[in-house]
Design a protein around this ligand. Structure first.
Ligand SMILES: [Fe+2]
Length: 312
């Protein structure tokens, strides 16, 4: 027997030297057949996963940003100030109503479900005046006083500010063009700035101060006073937020204040993601949002409010 033939010998037991019975060919594990699920191993190969990553994930991201996120309303909760919250404030901004009445009604339903003491709006009701009446018709259904300031699109659209004012007043609130309103139900003062006249409003004493502005980077125009909350919009959060990058596009007047809560020398600044969209109906990692802010009163404000409350 030569070496070649020896290589074909049947395998033998290393202890006894007896030949080991060979497994029948049908029972031998052969490739994918061993799983009982033909093609499974080959289907989950590294190359397939790579293809899924290259083609599947971007497709999911596009589907999410076009069809899911633009109307996937989120409610974000925030607590500002020390101590027990004394006021529930719902904030929304950048409605950009373009005729989607169903979405508008959903926004108003979510606002009402939060049962806020007041609702604040940060500007940009519409881009075209033809949609104003429908937008206001929806906002009149808000069951809390609605306060708001204009955004750049409200000016550019030529929207009738007197009409907006009447609609906001119908809720018990006000359209605040460099105006201050002191609420009766809670010790809160709402100051609405157009940011065209820096330092034009003087907050009063003994109340929590809420400033409304449209452009977040313009908070230095508020003056030297401190506020309990400064609420702004305009950025839309960038609408498309890339991992490790943040907002893909930031319009003027945003600066570094693109989304969320920031500490500033004049108080906490909150920049909302907005409700609608501008330019393209796209949102990615930046859902439209309503923000529910639970505002705690400072000791001084709480003491003043308590002193002014009727006793006996
Ligand atoms: Fe906007």
């Amino acid at each position: 027997m030569n070496n070649r033939e020896r290589g074909k010998e049947a395998p033998s037991d290393p202890v006894s030297g007896n030949p080991t019975p060979e497994a029948p060919a049908a029972n031998r594990p052969v490739g994918a057949l061993s799983t009982g699920m033909p093609g499974l191993r080959r289907g989950l190969s590294r190359r397939t996963w790579l293809r899924l990553g290259i083609y599947g994930l971007p497709a999911l991201a596009v589907a999410d940003s076009l069809w899911l996120e633009p109307r996937w309303l989120a409610v974000r909760r925030l607590r500002l100030g020390p101590g027990e919250p004394a006021c529930r404030l719902a904030f929304f901004t950048d409605l950009h109503h373009k005729g989607d009445r169903t979405y508008l009604e959903r926004v108003v339903r979510r606002l009402n479900a939060l049962r806020p003491d007041l609702v604040c709006f940060g500007g940009d009701l519409v881009e075209e005046a033809e949609h104003l009446e429908e937008a206001l018709e929806g906002l009149r259904e808000i069951q809390a006083p609605l306060y708001g300031v204009p955004g750049n699109h409200d000016y550019w659209s030529g929207a009738d500010f007197a009409q907006i004012e009447r609609a906001f007043e119908a809720t018990g609130g006000a359209w605040l063009l460099d105006r201050t309103v002191r609420l009766r139900s809670v010790p809160v003062e709402v100051l609405g700035y157009t940011c065209r006249r820096p330092g034009c409003l003087q907050p009063g004493p003994g109340v929590a101060r809420v400033a409304l502005i449209h452009y977040p980077a313009w908070f230095p125009n508020l003056g030297p006073q401190r506020f309990d909350a400064i609420l702004a919009g305009h950025s839309h959060g960038g609408q498309v937020r890339l991992p490790f990058v943040g907002a893909l596009i930031k319009p003027f007047g945003v600066g570094e204040y693109e989304l969320g809560l920031y500490a500033t020398p004049v108080g906490p600044l909150y920049v909302g993601a907005g409700i609608g969209w501008f330019y393209l109906p796209v949102r990615f990692r930046c859902r439209p949002e309503i923000t529910l802010i639970e505002l705690a009163l400072s000791r001084e404000v709480a003491h003043t409010a308590d002193a002014q409350r009727p006793h006996g």
